[in-house]
Design a protein around this ligand. Structure first.
Ligand code: KG4
Ligand code: ZN
Length: 393
């Protein structure tokens, strides 16, 4: 089965082609083509993501990325037939809010033929609404040409599957022992999820204010660094550790660490960093101070995440921990989680995504979409269980 996968939920546009052989969860996957374009530089200039700007950039990127993926997969063929006028009308109707994209797609289809694609998977939430719509409408338009089904995918489920995707061994999902706990840490989410089985997600904890990635980004901005903040804070923190710098702010809070539940809060920590900076008055922080403060902040975040995750593992008797989302790229977090869990819960297996699948991408959406298409017959119906009634994963 060849899957065309699309991701447009935030500031990365992803279009990939993945071949799946076999049934979920034991299928093997081959990445045939992977187009990914980041809008980071643009958003960096404006100091944040503006949804309408993100939408426009996705619309501009989708056709070049589709072409790139098809070329990489060696599946790009010149066209020998023409679209009927009814089909052209249908495409224009589906993309009536994205007229430039409709034009680009029709031009593409006048030159090239789409190969046989069996399934289209597309992120349909959570994310920036206008950005999501471009991806979903594009998926529908391409599906109308090919005549294949479209599977909508939850972005966070994509992050979970990305983390258990074993590229080194067999290009398939790792054998995991249930129940599992997933810690999802991204720019928009901080969640603990209890997974009794494949495809079953029960949210057991979440942030009450800022997401952890958002806290990294806000603290980075406060310290005069660019977006996204996570990687640079991580680099500076690591320098501070290498140089064994004394704390810049030794008593940063560990919010909600003893709250007795599995929720998080990061906005107070960000404010504490703000006051630490303000306390200096007009004086600018030196590079050394920025490094030390980055380390102090990263330590505080990691400590809280680790503590709550350990409680979740114990509470649910889980032996599997899946860590996903952009913040899981943090080398420090990886090192601490691996070391601490090995010493306290030795038989816990911890899964991290490979570097390329840590931050947003469309490959993870193909995996999750394939699970939904195939899962019903093999792993029990893939369903989304809402722990608190009205909030989705
Ligand atoms: O999953 P993701 O790519 O997008 C969302 O779904 O939000 O996560 C992006 C977040 C950003 O907040 C970014 O600062 C953070 O992931 N991030 C990191 C690192 N790389 C990206 N945070 C800490 N350390 C990193 N190395
Ligand atoms: Zn994400």
């Amino acid at each position: 089965m060849i899957i065309l996968s699309i991701e447009t939920s935030a500031d990365e546009t992803g279009v990939s082609l993945v071949e799946a052989e076999g049934s979920f969860p034991t299928a093997t996957y081959t990445l045939l083509g992977n187009g990914l374009r980041s809008q980071i530089e643009l958003h960096n200039q404006y100091g944040g993501i503006f949804p309408m700007m993100a939408k426009r950039e996705h619309a501009k990127a989708l056709i070049p990325l589709l072409q790139y993926s098809l070329e990489e997969a060696d599946l790009l063929a010149e066209n020998s037939s023409h679209l009927s006028s009814e089909k052209i009308d249908e495409i224009n109707k589906i993309l009536e809010r994205e007229t430039d994209l409709a034009k680009d797609l029709l031009e593409f289809l006048s030159k090239y033929e789409l190969p046989e694609i069996n399934l289209i998977t597309v992120t349909n939430g959570p994310g920036l609404e206008p950005a999501l719509w471009v991806g979903v409408n594009f998926a529908k338009a391409v599906a109308s040409v090919i005549g294949c089904p479209v599977v909508p995918v939850n972005h966070m489920e994509g992050h979970i599957l990305a983390s258990i995707f074993d590229v080194v061994e067999e290009d398939q999902l790792a054998q995991i022992e249930f129940p599992a706990i997933a810690l999802l840490i991204s720019g928009g989410h901080t969640e603990l999820i209890h997974m009794p089985n494949w495809g079953e997600y029960i949210k057991i904890g979440q942030t009450r204010d800022d997401a952890v990635g958002e806290a990294f980004d806000k603290v980075a901005r406060l310290l005069g660094m660019g977006y996204p903040g996570g990687p640079e804070i991580g680099k500076r923190a690591s320098e501070a550790r290498t140089q064994n710098l004394p704390p810049f702010k030794s008593n940063l809070p560990r919010p909600m660490i003893h709250s007795g539940d599995l929720d998080f809060s990061f906005s107070g920590l960000k404010t504490a960093v703000l006051y630490a900076v303000k306390d200096l008055g007009e004086v600018e922080l030196t590079e050394t101070q920025k490094n030390a403060l980055s380390r102090d902040f990263e330590d505080a975040v990691t400590e809280v995440l680790l503590k709550k995750t350990k409680v979740a593992l114990d509470t649910y008797g889980a032996k599997t921990l899946i860590i996903g989302g952009g913040v899981s790229a943090s080398p420090h977090l990886r090192a601490i989680f691996t070391k601490e869990l090995l010493s306290s819960n030795e038989d816990t297996e911890v899964f991290f995504p490979i570097k390329q699948l840590s931050t947003d991408n469309s490959v993870m959406i193909a995996l999750a979409g394939h699970a939904h298409k195939e899962g019903a017959s093999t792993a029990g119906a893939v369903k989304l269980i809402k722990a608190d009634g009205n909030k989705s994963l």
